[in-house]
Design a protein around this ligand. Structure first.
Ligand code: J2J
Length: 543
């Protein structure tokens, strides 16, 4: 087992095996088995290209051979920053097959995030597209390499320029030579939204993740006739696994890759490929609902419309059935594990007003107050969880793990939740220092640390402010040293430091001091209230 990855105590592992959750399957075997069973069926559609299960399996073997030949070994970490292209699957399954670990970066990550992932994981390779959405990832790779000269191979899907071409790594395979990969090995490192500084890395095993795919596919009733539209970047845990692209392949269905999430890109694809299930975040759901009432694409194949990643308002939820003529499914989940779904046959009231119930009967839930005591049934508190697919600790984060998990292994989600009498969860808010910008998570501390590097900044506190469209946006409160810099200058400063665009504060406010809590800490609650009031007053003044 890779060092630095806390895992389940043996008694729990035994229970999860005995209960039939962990069936001893690896991702490499999963794809092979699907290729035998569904051979000529289409697995992935990207533009005009249709890739069958058999082709995907063969190309994966060839790429695995290429990775081995270039020296990538079992347990090596490989940063994978690929958009929604077929190579994403070939790369991931090839790494799974040789026991190397993809580290899932998002296409929106920039030098700051990528350099950290490469350095922290001591990555053996970094895999990128040539360009995507007008951005040249080779330039990014050059920046990262100038910061980290020891960075291993840079592999490019597309025109490699001075780097290694991915296409040259597909070589004749000898599958017999693959290292022995075990079901309880770590399969990959997923990223946490983060609340304390930099993103933590989440080690997921073959056993636990494949279990989550199986249950998710079952709850969403996927089978080989299902067609899943990947509209969001599929490296994110939600479109990856809930049931996402991997759950669809698990069920033998078809994955359709969209190049962007807008109705212009996705609606014609839904019509053309007869998509049956699509997953979006709340702001995108609003755009789709708006577009559905004005466009005339035929969306009649769509059966399930998943919304998750951030709270979906009941008011918008109510419009799904009439505008999209399909079943809404609310999804509340986290890359650390626990995923909660409304079921497809749940009553309307549950689907509209709750974030579902945990997917596994073995998920354990506790709702606690600030002192860690369980609250009365139906009361709001922090959700703690433990179960067969919820991790027991982050990768190489001993100190943080001691705080983020209880001594008996429950993960502290940082979400404020209440549970109704039928066991359905309603997300009420958040106790963690994070901004959920329409599903994209921003750790306040990470942005504050970058702001503090500016010479004119004495102190910084980043908080959320309400936003009608995204749910929340970010606001940076700054105590300047002398003359406050312009807000735009600070934003540019963060961009120049290579921070992903979604983390750049949407608004900057200058102040002389921060309100404090009773114990002398910055009161983010008071700052959130102040900015919310200011926004609402300026809105009223405009009306
Ligand atoms: C309110 N908050 C939500 C929801 C996530 C499936 C779905 C989502 C994620 C995900 C995921 C929410 N309502 N419906 O990994 O497999 C917030 C919570 C949670 C955090 C986790 C999946 N759905 N959230 O969003 O790791 O605060 O995973 O703890 O990115 O998103 O974020 P992330």
């Amino acid at each position: 087992m890779l060092t630095g990855c806390p895992t389940w105590p043996e008694e729990f592992a035994e229970k999860y095996r005995k209960e039939g959750c962990w069936r001893g399957e690896t991702f490499g075997e999963m794809l092979r088995e699907r290729a035998v069973r569904h051979g000529s069926r289409t697995a992935v559609i990207c533009g005009d290209a249709h890739v069958s299960y058999k082709e995907l399996d063969m190309r994966t073997d060839r790429l695995a051979a290429g990775f081995l030949k270039m020296g990538i070994k079992k347990e090596d970490r490989v940063i994978v920053q690929l958009p929604n292209i077929t190579e994403f699957f070939e790369v991931c399954f090839a790494l799974f097959r040789i026991g190397a670990l993809p580290v899932f970066a998002l296409p929106s990550h920039r030098q700051s995030e990528i350099a950290y992932f490469c350095e922290f994981t001591e990555a053996a390779a970094y895999i990128i597209p040539d360009t995507h959405s007008g951005f040249d990832y080779r330039r990014l790779a050059r920046q990262v390499r100038s910061k980290l000269p020891a960075l291993g191979h840079v592999i490019v899907a597309g025109d490699p320029e001075e780097f290694q071409a991915l296409s040259d790594l597909y070589i004749d395979a000898d599958p017999g030579r693959h290292p022995n990969v075990k079901p309880d090995d770590i399969a990959f490192l997923q990223l946490s939204g983060g609340s304390t500084g930099l993103s933590k890395l989440i080690p997921r095993t073959h056993d636990d993740y494949i279990y989550s795919l199986r249950v998710s596919a079952d709850i969403c009733r996927l089978d080989h006739d299902s067609v899943y539209l990947a509209a969001l970047p599929m490296a994110h845990n939600y479109p990856l696994s809930s049931p996402g692209v991997l759950g669809t392949l698990y069920a033998g269905g078809r994955v359709v890759l969209a190049q962007g999430p807008s109705p212009d890109e996705t609606f014609p694809l839904i019509e053309k490929e007869k998509v049956t299930i699509a997953a979006v975040v709340p702001p995108l759901a609003l755009i789709w609902l708006e577009a559905a009432s004005s466009r005339c694409d035929d969306l009649s194949s769509l059966q399930v419309f998943q919304v998750g990643g951030a709270k979906f308002s009941a008011e918008a939820a109510r419009r799904v059935k009439t505008l999209l003529n399909c079943t809404l499914q609310q999804v509340y989940g986290m890359a650390e594990g626990l995923v909660s779904y409304t079921r497809l046959d749940d009553p309307e009231d549950i689907i509209i007003n709750t974030q579902g119930r945990p997917m596994s009967p073995l998920d354990e839930i506790r709702i606690v107050d600030k002192s860690g005591r369980e609250v009365e049934p139906g009361q709001t508190g922090e959700l703690l969880t433990r179960g067969p697919y919820t991790i027991r600790g982050y990768y190489k984060a001993e100190e943080h793990n001691a705080k983020a998990f209880t001594p008996d292994g429950f993960y502290r989600t940082g979400d404020l939740v209440k549970v109704n009498s039928s066991g359905y969860l309603i997300v009420e808010g958040r106790a963690k220092d994070q901004i959920n910008r329409g599903g994209e998570k921003v750790a306040a501390e990470e942005v504050e640390n970058h702001l503090l590097a500016h010479p004119a900044v004495h102190d910084a506190a980043v908080v959320s402010m309400p936003d009608e469209f995204l749910g929340e946006r970010s606001c940076a409160y700054i105590i300047p040293r002398d003359n406050p810099p312009a807000a735009a200058e600070l934003q540019q400063f963060l961009r120049d430091r290579g921070l992903a665009a979604y983390k750049i504060p949407d608004r900057v406010e200058f102040t002389d001091s921060f309100p404090q809590t009773g114990v002398g800490k910055v009161s983010k609650k008071a700052l959130r209230k102040a900015i919310a009031e200011k926004m609402s007053a300026s809105l009223k003044a405009k009306q």
